[in-house]
Design a protein around this ligand. Structure first.
Ligand code: HEC
Length: 242
């Protein structure tokens, strides 16, 4: 069902994560709440305490669709693999919900409950910054940069498959920049699986760890990647990172 949603959006020309655009709503409102509160206590503007609370209410409202779309993106682009950054993000997101709830309940009176409220607003701020930082780390990997080179060498009469495009829609989320967002010990860069098309194709079709057990990488069968696509993908990956 989730993949259907992304397929529909891709057909409409939107082929991007859904969490990133909406995440600005709760993050911006949490930042706003902290600023309203600090101005309220520094300049003794009691009515701004309510502004901080209203910003928190809106942040809480937007937190739910933001988390939901984050889970959708995670299922779709990362196949629901629980990497450390995702676990931390889940913990932080839960923390933000609790903090927002507490802030809304405790901040309902126009009084200066300075210390507790400062702690709550400041912690929410730190937590949303952490969420954004981890999210960017997952998407961009450790360093930015697009691989150069590589095109497909289709035979005459064969429809050329764009290896780079195949990579972008199937592998990029976990192997951006030739690395490995889930398990950094297994980057594409310099992988022995790139030695031959057979080795590569064998692994992509049925990724197994050295001891023969299943790892976290999803298998790409004929139904998701046909033979010419694997070939184009191999040429692209080899050209870019071998
Ligand atoms: C959901 C994340 C994910 C996706 C998507 C993914 N991989 Fe992987 N890949 C991994 C993980 C994790 C490993 C480490 C082995 C394991 O756990 O299965 C890995 C390992 C590899 C390796 C072996 C690296 C080594 O150490 O030798 C190759 C080659 C590879 N992937 C290619 C691909 C290609 C090509 C695609 C796209 C068709 C792809 N992967 C899509 C997560 C992913």
């Amino acid at each position: 069902m989730i993949d259907g949603l992304y397929a529909l959006l891709a057909r409409l020309g939107f082929d991007e994560p859904l969490h990133s655009p909406i995440t600005h709503m709760p993050i911006g409102l949490v930042v706003g709440a902290l600023i309203f509160f600090l101005v309220a206590i520094l300049f003794k503007r009691k009515n701004l305490i309510l502004s901080a609370r209203h910003a928190s209410i809106l942040a809480l409202v937007f937190a739910f669709p933001t988390i939901l779309l984050g889970v959708f993106d995670w299922m779709h682009f990362y196949h629901g693999v629980l990497m450390p950054a995702i676990k931390i993000k889940m913990g932080l997101a839960g923390g933000v919900l609790v903090l927002l709830g507490a802030g809304i309940i405790l901040g309902s009176e126009v009084k200066l409950k300075t210390i507790w409220m400062t702690v709550i607003y400041a912690l929410s701020f730190v937590a949303v910054m952490g969420l954004g930082w981890l999210g960017a780390g997952i998407i961009y990997g450790r360093s930015l940069g697009t691989p150069t080179a590589a095109s497909s060498s289709a035979q005459p009469g064969e429809v050329p498959v764009d290896g780079k495009a195949v990579f972008a829609s199937n592998c990029q989320s976990c192997h951006g920049n030739g690395g490995n967002a889930i398990d950094p010990a297994y980057p594409l860069k310099g992988s022995k699986k790139l030695a031959s098309l057979e080795d590569f194709s064998g692994f992509v079709r049925k990724p197994l760890m050295k001891d023969g057990s299943e790892g976290s990488m999803p298998a790409f069968g004929e139904d998701s990647l046909e033979e010419p696509a694997v070939k184009a993908l191999y040429e692209y990956v080899k050209g870019a990172w071998n």
